[in-house]
Design a protein around this ligand. Structure first.
Ligand SMILES: Nc1ncnc2c1ncn2[C@@H]1O[C@H](COP(=O)(O)OP(=O)(O)OP(=O)(O)O)[C@@H](O)[C@H]1O
Ligand SMILES: [Zn+2]
Length: 653
């Protein structure tokens, strides 16, 4: 292998290649290529981890895997195949998630460097934190279609993965999804939720029924419908949707009429919602076409079936067929097990395409082809083998520079689909981007401001949706600073009694300061709470990472207080002298600011187009957060352009 050939590498680099120990996280599109490159270069000691097994759809670009490997561990098979290229390498493979607590800081410290080859933001964030803690370099990479990116993360030298806020994934309020969809994507998200309600894991945040708590439907809204509903359906609403569907043996007609007629009639009775919107039109099963007479959509060719817009009858037919197939699939599972929605499962995809289109028809929203729905529902950007290969090449070139400690040469590199104005297709960053001093992960004392509706968020939502999903902690402990009140404990059951309490009931109110810790990640974060009433379409929380913004807001508040004091002193008796100072009651109260009337002064740290360009990683974690539903709408398949393959221009700046 290269390092064994005399003169192939400079002696000092060769020595480092032969003696270093690398960890590759992920054995998918990039991971396979990176592993192949490493063994071919002569690295002798490599460990690789991946939680997944090989799927047929991986075979077109993950060349360490072949047909006979389908269903086997990616990490294990990648190891076996790579050893065939170079048997003189020590490769240890783990079929596991990097989140497993076995892989703590001391595990990471065993490596010279870590190479990420992941596909989701949560895992990237986690490895970022572990490497920062272990003080070892991390090479981060990602591809999206023809675009790719490689960057070095070295504590104190470069920015970390979390220094730049990522473009927020588009989120939709639950009431838009449940009551007032207005775009195809709202119906697609609803249909995916319906799949989970009927066949998947029960998730309270994915309710598909009309949302009677919708603030916009206030008043008598839904009352009539509620009465009709309870009279007509008896105790139907008291059992879970899945239980109810099982009780009616998943009869397509019953299911259809409940979701597309009864529930829509219910929504119609929430009359406030339709004052300025087109009211939905309920639809009953078989109402528009005689289903048995509809041409069998499954018998048309795949391309036609996927690309045409289905008629009402076709949608209903696919609805019925997919339900009976999914019912069959579910019946083969063990008790308590459930189906998992997968864009590549024909029945699961058919079900979502049919339901999304039926709901679109009802709400007068344009319909979409199954192909378009698949791309939106699965957030698909085609994975291109050549982009993965080029990106992986840069990963290993970066690894050489890191081994030689030439960090100054490790600028991020962007692999583009088209040449830029300087005729480059591989575009290096001009400088090494230094750490963001306000980063709430790699700053010396990480802190942030959390604007949150403390009247509606429970401790459980705070932990699961904010600390875990948004702030990427794994197992947080939280206490109120200065009061010693433990709000959340990582010890199982210790703070269970707090979980359903609202934040305000735990004395977590405006100005409160929390200390959040994650022992596994060795991470401590100070959170200043700012209460913010969430309106109907608002997110229930916002994270503000730059403490200077708080300072600005404080000074605005202080200015206001000064003005009030001045006014008071002019009109009445002399005002309290402490008002123009930062605080008259000690440190904590200095942050106890009220923002209600100052919303405009608080600027959310948002990604600039330039930094968005830098963050082209594909993130697949689409779990809902803050009771809002996330979907990355921009993730439509890129137009494939064969000519692009010829555009290779090596930058020699
Ligand atoms: N927490 C994790 N621990 C270990 N491996 C992970 C973790 N999260 C993701 N991975 C792995 O990272 C790899 C990323 O590879 P890639 O982007 O090619 O995805 P893929 O699942 O192989 O392909 P696709 O999503 O396009 O079907 C996957 O093999 C995935 O299993
Ligand atoms: Zn950082």
């Amino acid at each position: 292998m290269a390092a064994e050939i005399d003169g192939f590498f400079r002696d000092d680099l060769r020595e480092k290649i032969l003696t270093s120990k690398l960890l590759v996280v992920g054995a998918g599109g990039i991971g396979c290529e990176v592993l192949k490159n490493l063994v071919m270069c002569g690295f002798k000691n490599i460990e690789i981890i991946d939680l997944d097994t090989i799927d047929v759809s991986n075979l077109n670009r993950q060349f360490l895997f072949h047909k006979e490997h389908v269903g086997k561990s990616k990490a294990m098979v990648a190891r076996e195949t790579a050893l065939k290229f170079n048997p003189n390498v020590e490769i240890k493979a783990y079929h596991d998630s990097i989140f497993n607590t076995d892989y703590g800081v001391s595990f990471f410290q065993r490596f010279t460097m870590v190479l990420n080859a992941l596909d989701n933001r949560a895992a990237r964030n986690h490895v970022n934190r572990m490497c920062l803690n272990a003080k070892i370099p991390l090479i981060e990479s990602g591809t999206a279609g023809y675009n790719g990116q490689v960057e070095l993360i070295e504590r104190g030298v470069t920015q970390c993965y979390e220094c730049t806020p990522k473009a927020a994934q588009k989120t939709f309020p639950g009431c838009t999804i449940r009551n007032t969809p207005s775009e195809p994507v709202h119906c697609i998200v609803w249909a995916k939720h319906l799949f989970n309600q009927l066949f998947g894991e029960d998730n309270a945040d994915e309710d598909v029924s009309p949302d009677t708590a919708d603030p916009e439907a206030a008043g008598d809204a839904g009352k009539d419908a509620m009465e009709v509903d309870s009279n007509e359906k008896g105790n139907i609403e008291r059992v879970s949707t899945k239980q109810w569907a099982q009780n009616c043996d998943y009869m397509p007609e019953k299911l259809f009429n409940k979701f597309f007629s009864d529930d829509i009639n219910y929504l119609l009775s929430m009359s406030n919602l339709w004052k300025t919107r087109t009211p939905p039109k309920p639809m009953r099963y078989g109402e528009h076409d005689v289903i048995s007479e509809v041409e069998d959509v499954s018998s048309t060719t795949g391309v036609m079936r996927d690309q045409k817009i289905w008629t009402v009858g076709e949608c209903q037919k696919v609805f019925a067929e997919s339900i009976s197939n999914l019912k069959e699939q579910a019946s083969k599972l063990k008790e308590d097990d459930h189906l998992v929605w997968d864009k590549d499962d024909k029945d699961a995809m058919d079900f979502v395409a049919a339901c999304a289109n039926i709901r679109s028809m009802i709400f007068s929203i344009p319909q979409k082809s199954r192909f378009d729905i698949k791309s939106m529902a699965g957030n698909i950007i085609p994975a291109i083998a050549t982009t993965n290969a080029i990106t992986s090449g840069f990963v290993v070139l970066h690894a050489f520079k890191v081994l030689e400690k030439k960090f100054e040469q490790c600028q991020s590199v962007y692999i583009r689909s088209q040449v830029n104005a300087r005729n480059q297709i591989f575009v290096p960053e001009k400088i090494i981007t230094p750490p963001n001093p306000n980063c709430y992960v790699c700053a010396a004392k990480p802190e942030l401001i959390l604007k949150v509706d403390t009247d509606v968020i429970t401790v459980r939502e705070f932990r699961d949706d904010i600390l875990i999903k948004e702030m990427n902690m794994v197992n947080p402990d939280v206490m109120i600073d200065g009061k010693g009140i433990i709000v959340i404990s990582s010890e199982e059951g210790e703070t269970e009694c707090n979980e359903e309490k609202l934040l305000k009931e735990m004395q977590i109110v405006d100005g409160c300061i929390l200390k959040a810790e994650d022992f596994f990640q060795n991470y401590e974060l100070t959170i200043t709470i700012v209460h913010k009433k969430a309106e109907r379409e608002d997110a229930k929380f916002e994270i503000i990472a730059d403490k200077n913004i708080l300072k600005t807001a404080e000074s605005v508040e202080e200015l206001k207080k000064q003005k009030t004091a001045e006014a008071a002193s002019q009109s009445q008796e002399p005002g309290p002298s402490g008002l123009n100072g930062s605080s008259s009651n000690g440190g904590e109260s200095s942050k106890n600011v009220a923002y209600e009337s100052d919303e405009d002064d608080l600027v959310l740290v948002e990604e600039t187009p330039a930094s968005a360009e830098k963050r082209k990683h594909i993130d697949e974690d689409e779990s809902p957060s803050c009771k809002r539903v996330k979907i990355d709408e921009s993730e439509k398949p890129a137009t494939l352009n064969d000519e692009d393959d010829d555009l290779i221009c090596i930058d020699d700046d």
